[in-house]
Ligand binder design. Structure first.
Ligand SMILES: [Zn+2]
Length: 287
């Protein structure tokens, strides 16, 4: 038993993207099984994992990102906040990375699912990041989670997703700044609408001094499987067909531009490059 790990220090990676300093940190993980994938059988999924030297896991990593951009300190997504016992390690990870939560003055949200917003607010719409001045999200995402009829028509388990998202939107009501498709939000930071997983699901493209990095939410849930088979969708995709189309489009763009990308459900808090491989793609983590 002595070899059992009793404590795991937060995992942190840092990259410079021109003038930006990007820190990728893990909030922990959530329970996930290959059964959540649609359009692939277990054997093929397992063989794609082993071809990528990755072992199957019952957990899915949750990343969040801090960007130092001039005088601003930006947080992208907020982890799961220990809802359902998932994630909840964002605060210790931020502190281990040298950030005080009070330094965060801007939030960029990829989408409103609980594993991305759970850590942004506590009960009764209490902000986790009190000094946030601007909270950016896509207009379609705001409309979706605020839609009363949609919430009431959803199964009870899904109504909870709405309640968690609304608690966060209520907390930051005064700071919310919706954007459309490919808006430049801040110098060198462009929103990239990547719809399908949710209506307003978005990534953020950082560009500075010939360097760039795309940060997305949920284009890939099981990265090695869904790059090899971009048509494989995920149980929580709002519009699976559109999610698959968006996935193929953005993977094609990344492979052509040889651009770095990182995402909330990459297997570790790291970035990656995408290469095209006949009709599919390959992902290589920059470890
Ligand atoms: Zn997610």
């Amino acid at each position: 038993m002595s070899s059992e790990r009793m404590f795991q220090a937060p995992e942190i990676s840092r990259y410079r993207v021109g003038e930006f300093a990007v820190t990728v940190l893990s909030d922990g993980s959530l329970d996930a099984s290959l059964d959540l994938l649609d359009g692939i059988d277990q054997d093929e999924a397992l063989s794609l994992l082993s071809a990528a030297d990755t072992s199957p896991s019952s957990h899915m990593n949750i990343n969040a990102f801090v960007i130092e951009a001039g005088a601003r300190t930006i947080l992208i997504d907020g982890g799961a906040g220990n809802l359902n016992g998932w994630g909840g390690r964002l605060m210790p990870a931020l502190i281990a990375a040298g950030y005080d939560p009070l330094q965060i003055d801007t939030i960029l949200l990829t989408h409103g699912h609980s594993d991305h917003v759970g850590g942004l607010a506590g009960p009764f719409a209490t902000k986790s990041f009190r000094n946030v001045e601007k909270f950016f999200l896509h207009q379609a995402e705001l409309n979706f989670w605020r839609n009363e009829e949609r919430r009431d028509a959803a199964p009870v388990a899904h109504q909870r997703l709405f309640d968690v998202a609304r608690n966060v939107l209520d907390a930051y009501q005064q700071q919310i700044t919706p954007f459309e498709d490919r808006d430049v939000l801040l110098p060198g930071i462009t929103a990239v609408h990547l719809p399908g997983h949710t209506p307003g699901h978005s990534g953020y493209l950082l560009e500075s001094e010939d360097d760039s990095l795309l940060i997305w939410g949920d284009v890939l849930h099981f990265p090695h499987i869904q790059v090899a088979r971009p048509d494989v969708t995920f149980a929580f995709d709002h519009n699976p067909g559109l999610a698959a189309k968006t996935r193929r489009m953005i993977l094609t763009e990344l492979s052509r531009n040889n651009r770095y990308v990182t995402g909330v459900h990459f297997n570790a808090p790291v970035r990656a490059k995408i290469e095209s491989d006949k009709d599919a793609f390959r992902l290589t983590y920059d470890l």
